[in-house]
Design a protein around this ligand. Structure first.
Ligand SMILES: N=CN[C@@H](CCC(=O)O)C(=O)O
Ligand SMILES: [Zn+2]
Length: 436
């Protein structure tokens, strides 16, 4: 199979970088000088060629190089006149496997209840856990794939997906089976799977007892199922938070996972509601990423800026929950590696990375270039897929978004209009979404 795709006549191609850089720190001048090809004259003709799902050529089709590709027969040709082309967006934090919406809690929060009030009263994550435990694998797969389709229509071509609404092995296993099936069979979006057995302390157990269960019972089972190829799990996560799992318990879980599961990547919820100083532990364990960080301290920022641990910011959640905002500017100016995620979950119902980037700019004061880097290359690095995704470079996966507009910034500027702007979403050189 040698499928070929040609996208030609484009006005702009946003590569992000073209020198193989794996990520861009906040202080890197290449964020200001993003690698963008733009039409200089009406006779210019920008194009991108994919063969077998990889990028083979990017540039002016008058270039000498293009002669190798000019006379090929293409399976699909897209005329991108007046369009811009971006890397597919990468959403580095979501919780998409669950049943039971939480509209009632949304109402309660609008009336003044806090997230933790609801959680302690047996709602929040516990409400979703009850409904997810009751749901069949088939039902969970059906709702997951509908959600994956919504991520894809919003321009996301690769998404991190967590388990975490089981809080016991049987349901965690069910969720991970659903995620593994989607990763193997659902080809319109790439998936990085995360085991989040420590998402909350199950009712009737202490946090220490729940930690013991994860360390002594769940992680060994997970290891065996990964080894036998029954499950595909890429990352391990814990909700490290006051009243959930403390730093010590989180470290026990992470250490056990590192010792038992080959190539597992640490990526956990950190410093969201209370400053627990968990970034110190994250950096010490060489975590790939930590998420939220509303309460990150100056000394943690300093540590993070000298490490390769990515800070994943979730602007929609901070707005929905009316949290103190993460000090994004300070983190960027100090040289941290910043990524973005939607945090899609029943408490924060947002699929759309274009809206997340908009909020990151307006509410967290990122520049548009910083937001795009955070939603592409740096998210890819947070998930360990930067060698194949996150920028438009020869040899990387042909994952693109084609916008109905000559300037890429419209994906951020036109708040909430991504449905009108996104003309095509392409994954591995295949059109997975096309605007009618
Ligand atoms: N903070 C913990 N986990 C999720 C919320 C999950 C839920 O409320 O169901 C988050 O990242 O926001
Ligand atoms: Zn989360």
């Amino acid at each position: 199979m040698n499928k070929k795709l040609l996208i030609h006549h484009a006005s702009q191609i946003v590569q992000i970088v073209s020198n193989g850089q794996p990520y861009l720190r906040g202080s890197d001048p290449n964020i200001k000088n993003l690698k963008i090809l733009s039409k200089q004259s009406p006779s210019d003709n920008l194009c991108i060629v994919s063969i077998n799902g990889k990028i083979e050529f990017i540039g002016l089709d008058t270039d000498e190089n293009y002669s190798n590709f000019k006379n090929l027969v293409y399976d699909s040709k897209i005329d991108a006149t007046n369009c811009s082309i971006l890397p597919g967006l990468i959403d580095s934090h979501t919780h998409p496997v669950w049943e039971g919406d939480r509209i009632n809690e949304f109402k309660m929060k609008l009336e003044g209840a806090t997230y933790m009030d609801i959680h302690k009263a047996g709602g929040g994550i516990h409400f979703t856990v009850r409904h997810t435990r009751d749901a069949s694998e088939c039902k969970l797969y059906e709702s997951l794939t509908k959600r994956l389709d919504n991520f894809s229509k919003s321009g996301t071509t690769f998404v991190e997906c967590k388990s975490g609404y089981g809080l016991e092995w049987e349901t965690e296993y069910k969720m991970l089976k659903v995620l593994t099936k989607a990763k193997r069979e659902y080809k319109s979006i790439g998936i990085s799977n995360t085991y989040l057995g420590g998402h909350a302390v199950p009712i009737g157990k202490t946090a220490d007892e729940a930690t013991d269960d994860i360390v002594e019972n769940q992680i060994p089972k997970l290891r065996d199922l990964i080894r036998s190829n029954d499950l595909e799990v890429d990352n391990i996560d814990v909700f490290c938070e006051k009243g959930v799992f403390d730093v010590e318990q989180t470290e026990r879980i992470m250490t056990k996972a590192l010792q038992n599961i080959e190539n597992i990547k640490i990526n956990f919820h950190s410093d969201e509601l209370y400053p627990l100083n968990s970034v110190e532990m994250a950096v010490r364990l060489k975590s790939k990423a930590v998420s939220h960080l509303e309460e990150i301290s100056d000394s943690e920022i300093e540590l993070m800026s000298k490490s390769e641990t990515v800070g994943i910011l979730l602007p929609t959640t901070a707005i929905i929950m009316q949290l103190k905002r993460p000090p994004a500017r300070k983190m960027l100016n100090s040289g941290c590696i910043i990524a973005l995620g939607s945090d899609f979950n029943p408490n924060a119902y947002c699929y759309a990375m274009p809206l997340v980037m908009n909020y990151a700019c307006i509410d967290l004061r990122l520049s548009m270039n910083e937001a795009l880097v955070a939603a592409t290359l740096n998210s890819a690095f947070a998930l360990g897929v930067e060698k194949s995704k996150g920028s438009l470079e020869i040899g990387k996966d042909a994952d693109f978004v084609v916008l109905n507009n000559e300037r890429w910034e419209n994906i951020i500027y036109q708040m909430g209009s991504h449905d009108q702007l996104i003309k095509y979403v392409i994954v591995n050189g295949q059109i997975v979404h096309q605007k009618n």
